[in-house]
Design a protein around this ligand. Structure first.
Ligand SMILES: Cc1cc2nc3c(=O)[nH]c(=O)nc-3n(C[C@H](O)[C@H](O)[C@H](O)COP(=O)(O)OP(=O)(O)OC[C@H]3O[C@@H](n4cnc5c(N)ncnc54)[C@H](O)[C@@H]3O)c2cc1C
Length: 622
């Protein structure tokens, strides 16, 4: 180990799972109170496997994706004799698959026997929970799906499910510490890194052209451009008709628009490049200018180009400590009796989940994890017949049969495992691409360094992690957020692997490849280096202050549909310019197989996962 790594604390025993030559070994877990031998989960019921307490590489963890990749590359498993029969088999235990099972019991047959299969070792799909235990206390974070965005705008069927699960978003004020950071003088900062901007510098004081940005390592020309951009008062398309403006905004990326029409140079373009990463998982080079306008990014001076913006008054978020993993946990608590005590949205936050009963034959609904579906076909090729579902678990193939199936996995995989998909639907299913994302949670000893610097969120335009923020300041039931800066807290860091310059869909594919090749060690070194440089002036020492790291990698993250001919991405399906909507063609039921999931809406949001589950279940009835 070199001296730099030593300074960063790469040798320090924390809760993480390292991989040495492909063999997983837990390092340091035994040092933490409440932890058993190395390799044990760090939280949860004693001696039981408790996936949210696992640290190190999570999300698409080792063992979860290899079989699916083999299937996509042509490996085949023939169905054997079915060992079990179900009324419904659901492929995918994400929010969509779990909701499909819930709605099937609610609307179709309360006595139905249902099996839900998922390739991961935990349920929830993207909606995953991360836990750390430190000094005898649990800290809960979100490994994926962050929050319920704008619940008032949810489609009615999704609102209904949320309500039935006991989530009352109207009680938000009881749980959210909305003023905690603001009242302590904390706000948004920007970290300029020396590799991109020539010097490390943290600008505090909020979004906009602040006094601190005036001192940033930028040329005076770039400073004036940034000031002009933030002021956002100039109409760069003055003199054009609405149609001409529309043409500009619909043909250029935001970056091209800023360069060509707003006269913004490379330094400021480097500053804004990763701006859209958090919400769209793509950079300024590929997000269309009209999307930047829609998002309210600067450069448009309130421009009207003949299209109305959606209303944003109802856009209040609702957050649980583990993000929307709480929705998944509430669904599982409804589906699987005995898995967890309690019956409210408050008590589910700390309710212990007993994973050993998920697949109990005593229950009507069973959840079978670490099971990748590799073959799905109607018996004798007859589309009104029983469906045989073959999955691989622990290296062995098993077949179960079902009257009906809901596919709530990825669209693009279905044609690889289901010979019954009609040829024209194969192309539509293949039009779905997924953007890769990484959500990293870092448990730190205290948030004093952030308080000293006056930041609760930092945008890092040139760094490995483009965003660093204190996790959700919310308290539910027995779970209390660390409201005092001297208490431990989870920092949330996000990284979007892309390949700027390529068309968006190709960037996603290239990013996915990069992501699967990036070892945990690289993430850890970047966590330590970036936090040390950024928060060091506030007293942060990565070797001393970092207590645990969980990297949630999502190679198949946000769902988007792509027009095969033009390469256009359906960023905002309501404004799709083409006649054919590949995601609609793709989601048509195939005999007794219905299709759910966010690919079916080209909209990677929880409300779509729920809405598509509802649609898919009811498509089986007709
Ligand atoms: C990092 C991240 C952050 C997000 N944040 C938000 C947010 O804040 N708010 C919001 O509303 N939305 C957010 N989203 C989007 C949201 O998570 C998704 O829209 C929604 O959870 C998707 O649910 P799903 O069930 O359709 O798919 P998924 O969650 O992807 O679940 C599908 C499951 O099926 C499994 N599967 C696939 N193929 C097979 C197979 N052959 N056999 C067995 N299992 C299979 C998958 O591995 C997965 O576990 C976020 C997404 C990501 C990736």
């Amino acid at each position: 180990m070199n001296s730099r790594d030593r300074r960063l604390g790469m040798h320090v025993a924390i809760t993480r799972r390292d991989f040495v030559n492909g063999i997983g070994i837990a390092v340091g877990a035994a040092l933490l109170p409440g932890c058993g031998r190395p390799g044990d989960p760090v939280a949860g019921p004693a001696n039981a496997f408790y996936p949210p307490g696992e640290t190190g590489m999570r999300g698409a963890h080792r063992g979860s994706f290899e079989v699916a990749h083999a299937a996509a590359q042509g490996q085949r498993w023939s169905p054997g004799a079915a060992s079990e029969h179900y009324d419904l088999v659901v492929v995918g235990a994400g929010i969509s698959g779990l909701t499909a099972a819930y709605i099937y019991h609610r609307d179709v047959d309360p006595a139905a026997r249902i099996l839900i299969l998922d390739n991961h070792d935990d349920f929830g799909g993207h909606a995953k929970r991360n836990e750390f235990t430190y000094d005898g206390r649990s800290f809960i974070g979100y490994g994926g799906t962050m929050l319920i965005e704008a619940p008032k705008t949810y489609p009615e069927v999704s609102k209904q499910v949320i309500r039935e699960l006991g989530i009352d978003t109207g009680r938000r004020a009881e749980f959210h510490h909305d003023d905690l950071f603001r009242s302590a003088g904390l706000g948004l900062g920007s970290f300029f890194d020396r590799e991109t901007f020539g010097a490390d510098y943290l600008a505090t004081g909020g979004l906009g052209y602040t006094e601190a940005i005036e001192k940033a390592p930028l040329s005076s020309e770039a400073r004036r451009e940034l000031e002009r951009l933030f002021a956002d008062e100039e109409d760069y398309l003055a003199g054009m008709t609405p149609d001409e403006r529309r043409d500009v905004l619909e043909t250029l990326s935001w970056r091209e628009y800023l360069s060509k029409y707003a006269g913004i140079g490379e330094e400021v373009l480097a500053y804004v490049q990763k701006w859209p990463h958090g919400v769209w998982a793509i950079g300024a080079d590929s997000i269309p200018a009209w999307m930047a306008w829609l998002q309210g990014y600067p450069g448009f001076a309130g421009m009207d180009f003949g299209r109305g913006k959606p209303h944003s008054e109802d856009a209040e978020y609702f957050r649980f400590p583990d993000g929307n993993a709480t929705i998944a946990r509430l669904l599982v608590r409804r589906l699987v009796p005995g898995v967890a005590p309690g019956d409210t949205m408050e008590d589910v936050v700390t309710a212990p989940f007993d994973y050993s009963v998920l697949d109990s034959s005593d229950n009507l609904a069973r959840i079978r994890l670490e099971s990748t579906v590799v073959d799905l076909r109607h018996r004798d090729g007859k589309l009104d017949a029983t469906v045989d579902v073959t999955y691989v678990k622990g290296g062995d193939a098993h077949t179960v049969s079902a009257d009906r199936v809901v596919w709530a996995g990825y669209h693009s995989m279905l044609p690889h495992v289901c010979p019954d998909v009609p040829a024209e639907q194969v192309a539509a299913l293949g039009a779905s691409v997924r953007a890769p994302l990484v959500y990293t949670n870092v448990l730190i000893r205290s948030w004093e360094s952030l308080a000293n610097l006056g930041v609760d969120r930092v945008f890092c335009p040139g760094s490995f992690f483009q965003n660093v923020m204190l996790t959700h300041a919310v308290s539910f039931g027995d779970y209390r957020f660390s409201t005092s800066p001297d208490e431990p807290v989870i920092l949330h860091l996000s990284h979007i692997p892309l390949e700027p310059g390529l068309p968006a869909a190709e960037q996603f594919r290239a990013g996915r490849r990069k992501l699967l090749e990036t070892p945990f060690e690289t993430f850890e070194r970047n966590v330590r280096d970036q936090l040390g440089r950024m928060l060091g002036p506030g007293g942060f020492d990565p070797a001393r202050d970092i207590q645990g790291i969980t990297v949630n990698r999502w190679p198949h993250g946000y769902a988007y549909s792509v027009d095969p001919a033009s390469g256009d991405v359906a960023w905002w399906p309501e404004w799709w310019p083409h006649d054919r909507r590949p995601w609609v063609d793709a989601r048509q039921p195939i005999g007794n197989i219905a299709i759910a999931g966010t690919d079916a809406a080209s909209n990677a949001m929880t409300e779509s996962a729920i809405e598509e589950a509802h649609r898919s279940v009811h498509s089986l009835e007709s």
